[in-house]
Design a protein around this ligand. Structure first.
Ligand code: UGA
Length: 437
């Protein structure tokens, strides 16, 4: 099948490469010339494990190309919209300008019976609106919603082996002709047993925002428990292990720490609240405001704990922050809790050094005032306190004895509860976790 993928960021670049792996002929289209030239040279413009290898493999087959020229979409029968929907500046709602611009730019190149398939996370009602726009340009074209659930850091395997496939179609019914076309596109995952659900457009849009809201709620729930554990002298990690053994609860996404960040969960819950307000259903989602504020409180808590750890004042304290990305296996620093804490500490008079295996270039662009050091050993030298804020494996594996020899004072705040406190204390460290005695 000939497919175009519009928008080649974290979602689109991976989707394009994976669709080509599945045997389709794919053109990725993006307005960013840099991104297109990197992808055309089979280089991933961002860090995503496995993506570069995949790009090299599929480009060798000749089935994958990238361009800035929207007219390349002509001749494809399916067009995936994969552009971003960031938070609007100064507002909670989603900025739909990229989705709207991508759709309008595509219209002149649509042919009879083409499918336009939305994958971006959008406010419910967007698909119905875009359907009208697509239909007015090409009366036989169809708009579908096929939300994406990939996680950064696992994007390739999440795309090739998804938990489920969701098809939103105008009629909401299985016998809609577009269902068969999507089934052909996803023939391999379907053959592997991936469940597939057909539904109407608003339900498909809501599945995505509901899933991300649930995940955010789960994380804030356990972080609220961490606050209580701190107050009561209990251990939130053991609490999570114990409640997580109940199948109905599950242990995943119950890691307490500095909270969630990234380009999805924070802005998605805010856009969801904003959209609920527009629909007159704001009461249904007021709990998400609490989810958001529990999450933001984590960052303040870490700054306060660091001050305590440093004996009551941050002034002149040399703090080394391990991790800048919003989570491990990613170089994405959008709304990174680690960087937000690092910047706060610096503002309050600490001398902060940030290290990270992959995210330093992006971090320096975002917060140029912080000091960055790639080598962990150099970053540790003469530190008055260490903060583990993104749990990369190499930080989990740090040897507490070796690290103690480098720092000025062996004090560590484990912002992800990723270390073994007994081991670190035995090596002479003052260890603080979050919600751990
Ligand atoms: C999230 C969803 O997990 C994906 O399913 C979804 O497709 C994606 O958003 C999206 O909307 O595109 P992602 O933003 O890549 O994926 O990251 P997550 O793995 O969900 O992690 C989000 C944040 O939560 C990170 O900062 C992570 O450190 C934090 N987290 C996660 C916790 O603090 N505790 C946990 O137990 C789990």
């Amino acid at each position: 099948m000939r497919i175009s993928v519009i928008g080649c960021g974290y979602l689109g670049a991976v989707h394009a490469a994976c669709m080509a792996t599945l045997g389709h002929e794919v053109v990725g289209i993006d307005t960013d010339e840099n991104k297109v030239s990197e992808l055309s040279a089979a280089r991933a413009p961002f860090f995503e494990p496995g993506l570069e290898t995949l790009l090299k493999e599929v480009q060798a087959t000749g089935r994958l190309s990238f361009t800035t020229d929207m007219s390349a979409a002509q001749g494809s029968s399916v067009h995936f919209i994969c552009v971003g929907t960031p938070q609007k500046k100064g507002e909670n709602g989603a900025d739909m300008s990229y989705v709207d611009a991508a759709t309008s730019a595509l219209l002149p190149y649509l042919s009879a019976d083409d499918l336009v398939v939305g994958k971006s996370t959008v406010p419910v009602g967007t698909a119905a609106r875009l359907h009208e726009i697509v239909r007015s340009a090409e009366p036989t074209a169809e708009l579908l919603w096929n939300p994406e659930f990939l996680r950064e850091g696992h994007a390739v395997s999440d795309t090739l082996h998804p938990d489920r496939l969701v098809y939103g179609v105008l009629t909401g019914s299985e016998d809609h002709p577009a269902v068969d076309v999507l089934d052909q596109i996803y023939a391999q995952p379907l053959k592997d047993g991936t469940p597939r659900l057909v539904m109407d457009l608003p339900t498909a849009e809501l599945v995505k925002t509901a899933a991300n809201s649930f995940l955010a709620t789960k994380i804030s729930f356990i972080n609220a428990m961490a606050e209580l554990c701190d107050a009561a002298g209990a251990d939130v990690s053991l609490l999570a292990d114990a409640i997580g053994m109940d199948d109905r609860i599950g242990r995943k996404f119950l890691n307490a720490g500095i909270g969630f960040g990234g380009g999805c969960l924070p802005k998605d819950i805010r856009a969801f609240m904003a959209r609920a307000g527009e629909l007159g259903a704001d009461q249904a989602l007021t709990f998400l405001r609490e989810v958001d504020s529990i999450n933001m409180r984590r960052r303040i808590r870490v700054v306060e704990l660091t001050r305590e750890l440093c004996g009551g004042s941050l002034l002149g304290q040399r703090i080394t922050v391990l991790g800048a990305a919003f989570k491990p296996e990613s170089d994405d620093v959008r709304d990174s809790p680690a960087l937000s804490v690092a910047a706060q500490l610096q503002l309050q008079g600490a001398v902060v050094t940030v290290t990270d295996p992959e995210a330093l270039v992006n971090a320096a662009r975002r917060f140029p005032e912080l000091h960055y050091e790639r080598s962990t050993d150099i970053a540790l030298q003469r530190a008055d306190a260490l903060l583990l804020l993104t749990e990369w494996q190499e930080y989990r594996d740090l040897d507490p004895y070796g690290a103690a020899a480098l720092v000025a004072t062996p004090r560590i705040l484990d912002g992800r509860n990723a270390l073994n406190p007994t081991k670190w204390r035995a090596a002479g460290w003052t260890y603080r976790g979050l919600g751990r005695p």
